[in-house]
Design a protein around this ligand. Structure first.
Ligand SMILES: [Cu+2]
Length: 301
């Protein structure tokens, strides 16, 4: 927990330690040929569908600090063998942008995983939950609030513009760009949807920086906005969706969350990783049942 100790106050440390969710960290990784690192930790959750095991691991010398994050397994059959609470030891292999665990050994089977489970049961919104009216500031420096998009479906995600890892924020932005293109090809769909990328680096990502970032990604900001706000405002909306992040010098170590909110302001779907595809979300948006008013008032602000 060196990183955490270093940068955040004690109360936050406690929260981050208790709330152990995935943190596919956005931080620089070694490049070049395959690198191997020993990993030791405790299994927090096993996601068979995503073929990942989330491990709360000790510091990986020369690679990353102690944190909780999901790992791919080289041998997916192991997904049936490990359980929440198991102590494991493995080799982390990093090859360019891909990484996985191999030589996984369960050093101690779990006795009582309930303490881990209960810490996992952090409140995250469920489909059907009404999303609060979070307030932010968009790329034009204008105050926005989530409820102003009622009548349109909102697709939102979290990013920060300096993110160096192609498969985290840049991927989210590329995906959104792809989705915007798809939505544009259907005028009525375009009218009743709205995209929002929220920066978790509000100190650096000022409206001006976000505006430039939007332009670099050919975003039509009438429909795809970029927002930040005060640190507190960003924290509130991010925490609501279960997004965790903290600053580590110029980087932000963070998890990923992408949400679809219906035209009625209720959560439709929450994605936790980077494996969703633009087509998948475009199809979800297309299939959403929208209230009649979304059509009749034309949907625009
Ligand atoms: Cu990132």
């Amino acid at each position: 927990m060196t990183l955490v100790d270093k940068i955040i106050p004690a109360r936050a440390v406690v929260i981050l330690t208790i709330v152990s969710t995935m943190l596919p960290a956005c931080r620089p990784r070694a490049t070049g040929p395959e690198q191997r690192y020993p990993v030791k930790g405790t299994v927090v959750s096993v996601d068979k569908r995503g073929s990942t095991v989330t491990i709360s691991h000790e510091a990986i010398p020369g690679y990353m600090e102690a944190m909780t994050m999901p790992f791919k397994l080289k041998d997916e059959r192991l997904l049936s063998d490990v359980a929440d609470g198991d102590r494991v030891q493995a080799t982390l292999v990093v090859a360019g942008l891909k990484s996985w665990l191999e030589d996984v050994v369960i050093t101690r089977e779990t006795v009582d995983p309930s303490d881990i489970r209960s810490s996992q049961a952090q409140a995250e919104p469920k489909p059907g939950d009404e999303v609060p009216d979070f307030k932010l500031v968009n790329q034009d420096g204008k105050r926005i609030s989530l409820h102003q998009y009622r009548g349109r479906a909102v697709l939102l995600t979290f990013i920060y513009t300096r993110c160096p890892l192609p498969d985290y924020c840049p991927l989210m932005t590329d995906n959104f760009s792809e989705i915007q293109k798809t939505l544009k090809s259907d005028a009525s769909l375009y009218e009743r949807t709205h995209l929002l990328s929220i920066s978790v680096d509000p100190e650096y990502d000022t409206p001006k920086v976000l505006r430039e970032y939007a332009a670099r990604h050919s975003a039509d900001t009438m429909q795809w906005e970029f927002a930040s706000g005060s640190k507190d405002e960003v924290k509130q909306v991010a925490t609501y969706f279960g997004m965790q992040y903290w600053r580590d010098s110029d980087q932000v170590v963070h998890s990923l969350r992408t949400a679809i909110i219906g035209a009625d302001g209720k959560l439709v779907k929450l994605y936790r990783g980077n494996e969703w595809k633009p087509e998948e979300i475009a199809a979800e948006l297309r299939n959403l049942k929208l209230p009649e008013e979304a059509r009749s008032n034309g949907g625009r602000r």
